[in-house]
Ligand binder design. Structure first.
Ligand code: NAD
Length: 494
């Protein structure tokens, strides 16, 4: 592996020559080092993407399709290696990382066709012998700033539509997970013209802010926390730069009394603890109707006690370590706070004893939650299932909606009326009925309220990366009656 910045088709060190460590959260050992880049490196990458854009923007649709489809083919060919690199740097189980590679391939396949399907429309003219054509054009250089929990997927969800729409990209991976992106670009984008895709590694603000403030980036596509997103929004506003935000959440999951409690408990436990709960759409607030609350809690606890923690490379591991020591400390503090505010710890809540190293944390079930608790109001991002018993479906819907976020929401019910009432009333970009947390690249993904602005995936995701231009044609050169000289008394003359 090269493990350097990738700029204008070449591998290079940061201008400072400094590098930083990438840590394996299972072994707590350094896997590799990568360049610690800053503003100068970002500017070089952006300049190269600007230059590449001049040709890329006019690439014929068939050529674009072939290039993007090739990314999908190569991603699958290198799938095992890429999945193993993600497992080493993120800590989530290998099987989930293999799925992630398949999803990126599928995303590139989808946009390889969608990008050439339609680039605009023709609208009815307002005068004879005119045509009004609306074309969708790329913005230019897209700065993609991505987090660590799904390093390839969240880059792919930006890059595939951005490239398909005719933009070029500079990618800033998370400081925790730069290796998978570097290897992906090395193995799967080597058939691209130089400068169309550049990667600059570095710590958050050091490398990321320069992407936002650079006069050469036309769009900032960011996935990360609400806090960083807010900061980027302010910086971008100073330049009136277009932004696209996919931010944090505190998703609710409602369990109605009419469902099979065992199935709902399995679904809820998986949705809350998948990838150690480090999923933007993790179920973080569970509202269960009181008739089934006791049975539901018992079934969730059984799930937590059966879950296999271990080496993320292991074939039967359900839950690996958390991604970093910092993430584990954050969830420990959250659980302590919840207990102080009256939550009851039923199982978990500590570091497991069987591991000498690795940022492991036991899957944790909390009951007696109430909506005033900090954990029910802010993002937790850890393997916790906080359960609040509610007296009715209406109360659950009201509480689910009482949030500053609006990323996703899940519901278990067999009742069609409840399903659609909740789906229409609750503010969330994704609403899952009896199947939490699943995506479909042909349908939009994104957040309402503070969870974001804009959508990824689907035609909506493509439109984020192109802007409309109206081309008006009069196919007869003629004098117009609305030109000078004006004369109110004589009226319009031709
Ligand atoms: P983060 O906000 O700390 O960092 C995200 C990215 O921004 C990283 O690449 C980081 O280096 C960079 N960054 C940090 N400070 C910056 C700055 N001042 N200027 C520019 N870039 C900066 O988030 P994280 O810890 O990497 O990821 C976890 C968060 O991401 C959670 O809140 C999670 O909900 C959210 N997330 C959202 C989605 C979604 O699609 N809505 C998906 C995954 C994760």
């Amino acid at each position: 592996m090269t493990n350097q910045n990738y700029i204008n088709g070449k591998w290079c060190e940061a201008a400072s020559k400094e590098r930083f460590d990438v840590i394996n959260p299972f072994t707590e050992k350094v896997i590799e080092t990568v360049p610690r880049s800053g503003g100068e490196d970002v500017e070089t990458a952006v300049a190269s993407s600007q230059e590449a854009w001049e040709e890329w923007r006019f690439l014929p649709g068939g050529d674009m399709r072939d290039l993007l489809r090739e990314v999908a083919i190569k991603s699958r060919e290198h799938g095992e290696e890429l999945a193993k690199i993600m497992t080493a740097e993120v800590g989530k189980p290998l099987i989930e990382n293999s799925d992630e590679v398949e999803w990126i391939a599928s995303c590139f396949e989808y946009y390889s066709e969608l990008g050439r399907d339609q680039i605009g429309r023709v609208v009815a003219p307002m005068q004879e012998k005119q045509m009004s054509i609306v074309v969708h054009e790329p913005y230019g250089v897209v700065g993609c700033i991505v987090p660590w929990n799904y390093p390839l997927l969240l880059a792919a969800w930006k890059m595939a539509p951005a490239l398909a729409a005719g933009n070029t990209c500079v990618i800033k991976p998370s400081e925790l997970t730069p290796l998978s992106i570097l290897r992906w670009v090395e193995t799967c984008f080597d058939h691209f013209p130089s400068g169309v895709v550049n990667v600059v590694t570095g710590y958050g603000a050091e490398a990321g802010e320069s992407m936002v403030t650079s006069a050469g980036t036309n769009v900032i596509a960011f996935t990360g926390s609400v806090e960083t997103g807010t900061h980027i929004a302010i910086l971008a506003a100073e330049q009136l730069k277009k932004t696209h935000f996919e931010l944090g959440g505190n998703d609710a999951l409602i369990v109605c009394a009419d469902v099979d409690v065992e199935i709902a408990a399995r679904g809820a436990f998986w949705a809350a603890t998948l990838n150690c709960g480090q999923v933007c759409t993790s179920s973080e607030r569970i509202y269960v109707e009181e008739e089934v609350s006791g049975d539901f809690i018992d079934a969730v606890v059984a799930q937590a006690e059966q879950a296999e923690l271990g080496d993320p490379m292991g074939s039967t591991t359900d839950i690996g370590p958390m991604a970093s020591a910092e993430q584990r400390e954050k969830i420990e503090a959250k659980i302590t706070g919840a207990k102080e505010q009256g939550a009851k710890l039923i199982t978990g809540g500590k570091r497991p004893k069987q591991f000498e190293r690795g940022y492991f944390f036991e899957p944790t079930v909390l009951s007696d939650m109430s909506s005033s608790m900090e954990m029910m109001r802010t993002e937790s991002f850890g393997p916790v299932v906080p359960i609040q018993t509610v007296s009715s479906f209406d109360e659950a819907v009201r509480l689910a909606n009482e949030s500053q976020y609006g990323l996703g929401c899940s519901l278990y019910t067999n009742d069609l009326e409840k399903a659609f009432t909740a789906a229409r009333e609750i503010k969330a970009g994704s609403f899952w009925i009896n199947d939490p947390l699943t995506d479909n690249e042909a349908a939009p993904f994104g957040g309402m309220r503070k969870s974001g602005g804009g959508r990824e995936l689907g035609i909506e995701g493509l439109n984020e990366f192109r802007e409309a231009k109206h081309i008006l044609i009069d196919y007869q050169v003629r004098r117009k009656d609305y030109w000078f000289p004006y004369d109110l008394e004589k009226g319009r003359k031709t």
